[in-house]
Design a protein around this ligand. Structure first.
Ligand SMILES: [Zn+2]
Length: 616
């Protein structure tokens, strides 16, 4: 039997593709297609994503804007291009969201709609593989002449969408469109051919995904080459964008980067691409740069919500510790980018501090980007409002609505990871999943009350035989006290490693891990170098940052203060904002009412703030 297995494996290696690159990543992805969300907090959101958000996106793309018509016109080779030059990317991001959605919500009509669009993409592709409706309709002779026109950015989103749809359905028509486009790009650019610096990163991480799906190493090599192109002046050789090269992360080679600067979303996608390529190319120079950049972002340039990019001017960064609240930009896409990048950093290092940031950005900066009903979107996520900032149905530049529509249904990607020795449990979101413990297949289910209460139960539902490996449970950074038990027996002092409680023993079917995390409301103080937050405090409970809204605090909103005497009382209110734990700061004869930041601007318009004046 063993012999036969070896022979068969040999055949697969000979006839199949080249051996995949060894990865520096300590933790492997358990992707969304193996994780079915069954969570009290997230499942209703995913239902609304399917029933409301996707129909909103589809209506905008087909009826309210010319996004799909651009593809139809490009296929005919006549007609106008409408909208912005990168609008194709919104259609691709919607397809990615539709693909993820099909995992948790199989839906023949949605799948048929996706197939219909994919036919239009394929028809809009040029004979040489090029696909971009803006240049096809405004002059193909001008294509690849301006780094800032997002041709590779759109291609990257097309690739991500195609792979998601392939994983969800097994259908590869869109994937083949992508492969022809990438082959076209590689015929045009590369060593010995033309130089190129994509003005908006995204293609790099997408090419790594394409490599992982096809096993074609040339795609990984091309991603690496594109990263190495930055910082040598190629971006400004006749292909200059309108901004300073800093805006495009094109001042110095990426491995020399010391500080985050320029456009926030571009930085996030760049760092994701660097992490992916670094892992597979064993490029430790990239990893050292990513560690420097992470410190710069998280210690000096991140809001308490996980939002980044304080300035509207460049949709990005200014100086360290400059974090204005009212004028905060904090693009929704940048918070999603923080999730994507920190996920990769966790996989590279096995350190849970990256999941702490991921979780912060997920539950606050990113989740605020969509209304409770699922039909309105924030582009900008300030931490204070005079009552005039509201979610909109769509935007001329619609990167954020389409981003949220692809991000929400992908949260299954972030719950688990696997390695040779362990199952890593990162987020506490109810689910049923197919994972691996070592090399053995295992089915698990998780029940969780997070973010309202810290009760978590993880059950091994199926495991063929006993396996002696680790299960690593993340102990969140916000957690001060917790209890951990296996089959009802308390583990007194679990071994902790980089923020994980390491549970090593022979695991068998039916084993149950319970984790109970205390989740008191607490007052948080900003780094004293953030001048905008001096003398202020914010309220946080578990992963959720809270804010005060005028509608709950109609009297003296601007005068209300917290103090050393404030008692924070937490109560679940099923009737408030689809059910939230509200927090009341009580002190003698005054009260301040707080709601989760993600839920603000879902009732009547009014003022809002996260950082509240505090009396010592
Ligand atoms: Zn955006």
């Amino acid at each position: 039997m063993k012999k036969l297995f070896i022979v068969l494996t040999g055949l697969i290696c000979m006839t199949g593709c080249t051996e995949k690159q060894a990865s520096l990543k300590k933790i492997n992805q358990v992707d969304f297609s193996n994780v079915r969300i069954t969570d009290q907090f997230w499942s209703p959101r995913l239902d609304r994503h399917t029933s409301v958000t996707l129909p909103v996106c589809i209506d905008q793309i087909e009826n309210q804007t010319g996004r799909i018509r651009n593809f139809e016109n490009a296929a005919k080779g006549e007609g106008e291009h409408s909208g912005i030059f990168f609008d194709d990317s919104d259609v691709y991001k919607a397809v990615e969201g539709m693909a993820y959605s099909l995992i948790n919500h199989p839906d023949a009509a949605l799948e048929a709609k996706t197939d219909e669009w994919i036919e239009k993409f394929a028809a809009a592709q040029q004979p040489d593989g090029y696909i971009n409706t803006f240049y096809t309709l405004t002059g193909l002779d001008k294509r690849w002449s301006n780094m800032d026109k997002h041709e590779m950015y759109c291609a990257g989103h097309m690739i991500e969408a195609a792979i998601a749809y392939y994983q969800a359905t097994g259908k590869r028509k869109m994937l083949d469109v992508c492969i022809r486009m990438v082959d076209h790009m590689m015929n045009t650019f590369g060593p010995g051919k033309r130089d190129w610096v994509p003005g908006h990163e995204e293609i790099e991480l997408a090419l790594v995904k394409l490599y992982q799906v096809t096993n074609e190493e040339k795609y990984l090599d091309f991603a690496h080459w594109l990263l190495e192109e930055r910082g040598h002046g190629h971006g400004s050789m006749g292909t200059e964008g309108t901004w300073h090269p800093e805006y495009y992360q094109d001042v110095i080679p990426v491995r020399d980067l010391q500080k985050i600067s320029g456009h926030a979303v571009r930085c996030m996608y760049l760092y994701c691409g660097m992490a992916d390529v670094a892992a597979l190319k064993q490029d430790t120079g990239y990893i050292a740069a990513l560690h420097r950049l992470w410190d710069d972002v998280v210690l000096r340039n991140m809001y308490i919500t996980g939002g980044i990019g304080s300035s509207a001017h460049n949709e990005g960064f200014t100086t360290d510790y400059d974090l204005p609240n009212l004028e905060a930009y904090c693009e929704t896409c940048a918070s999603v980018g923080m999730v994507l990048w920190n996920h990769r950093m966790n996989q590279l290092t096995g350190d849970s501090k990256y999941v702490d940031v991921l979780e912060k950005a997920l539950y606050n900066g990113a989740l605020a980007g969509i209304s409770l009903k699922g039909d309105l979107f924030f582009y900008v996520n300030p931490l204070e409002s005079k009552g005039n900032h509201h979610r909109q149905a769509w935007y001329g530049c619609a990167c954020c609505p389409s981003q949220i529509s692809r991000f929400l249904p992908s949260i299954g990607n972030y719950i688990y990871g696997t390695s040779d020795d362990a199952l890593w449990v990162n987020l506490y979101i109810g689910n049923k999943a197919d994972v691996k413990l070592g090399k053995k297949a295992m089915k698990v289910s998780m029940e969780s009350q997070v973010p309202w209460e810290g009760n978590v139960k993880l059950t091994i539902d199926e495991l063929a035989s006993t396996v002696k490996k680790e299960i690593r449970m993340r102990i969140p950074e916000w957690c001060e006290k917790y209890t951990l038990a296996i089959n009802g027996e308390t583990i007194d002092q679990p071994t902790l490693d980089k923020g994980y409680a390491v549970l090593a023993r022979p695991w068998k079917k039916g084993d149950v891990i319970t984790l109970n995390i205390e989740m008191p409301a607490v007052l948080k103080q900003a780094d004293p170098r953030v001048k905008q937050d001096v003398g202020k405090r914010a309220v946080q409970r578990g992963p959720l940052v809270y804010c005060m809204e005028e509608t709950d605090n109609p009297t003296d909103f601007d005068q209300l203060t917290l103090s050393t005497k404030s008692n924070l009382d937490s109560q679940f209110d099923a009737t408030l904002l689809d059910g939230v734990v509200k927090i009341t700061a009580k002190e003698e004869n005054k009260e301040i009412n707080f709601i989760p930041y993600y839920a603000w601007d879902n009732r009547e318009a009014g003022k809002m703030k996260v950082w509240i004046d505090y009396q010592e």
